[in-house]
Design a protein around this ligand. Structure first.
Ligand code: IMP
Length: 180
């Protein structure tokens, strides 16, 4: 596949927009129950989380703050480099707050291991993970995933916020990159 060019036949749909929508509502309801009576700070890891985050917070019926952190992931590759860097941090303090860290997809888990370590140093009252997709196979995550959407195979996926070389984030369902 040429850089920057995405053709229709390169992908096949694996999770429909309808299934995502239903699952995200379920996750939001569980979060609402678990934090009943509390205020929540929901922090999304950009850029991939933006669509999931928008739907998830609308499914949570609690007073909440929304913020974002941006981390570098794979550049133009489909393989994890293991190198994680914060490229945009958030300003407000999470000390003594209930924090929910939202990730679009957990592949190796290296990004979240890094973010969780950093967040713990900021002394939140509690810290949990919500992830839409989890690739169990390669996972080295050292923390529990409190809210998960779907387990998926070890395929590269796009859509619903996730990209391939910067494209496909605006597709409403999730597609896997076909084997070449
Ligand atoms: P990890 O550190 O290997 O868990 O990778 C996490 C980040 O890599 C995600 O937030 C995504 O930005 C990106 N990523 C991992 N797998 C995929 C994929 O299949 N499609 C698109 N992005 C992915």
């Amino acid at each position: 596949m040429e850089k920057g060019k995405v053709r229709e036949g390169d992908f096949e749909e694996v999770i429909t927009a309808r299934d995502i929508g239903q699952r995200v509502i379920d996750m939001g309801q569980r979060i609402t129950q678990d934090y009943a009576g509390e205020t929540l700070t929901v922090i999304g890891a950009l850029k991939g989380c933006f669509m999931f985050m928008a739907d998830l917070v609308r499914a949570i019926d609690l007073p909440l703050h929304v913020d974002f952190i941006e981390v570098s992931s794979y550049g133009d590759s489909t393989e994890s480099s293991g190198v994680v860097k914060i490229t945009k941090d958030f300003k407000h303090s999470i000390e003594n707050e209930h924090v929910l860290l939202v990730e679009d997809i957990i592949d190796t888990g290296l990004t979240l291991n890094y973010l969780m370590e950093i967040f713990e140093l900021r002394n939140p009252k509690s810290l949990k993970i919500a992830a839409l997709l989890v690739k169990e196979e390669k996972q080295k995550l050292k923390y529990p995933i409190s809210y998960r959407g779907f387990n998926i195979d070890d395929d590269f996926v796009v859509g619903y916020g996730m990209d391939y070389k910067g494209f496909c984030r605006n597709i409403g369902s999730i597609h896997r990159l076909r084997d070449k």
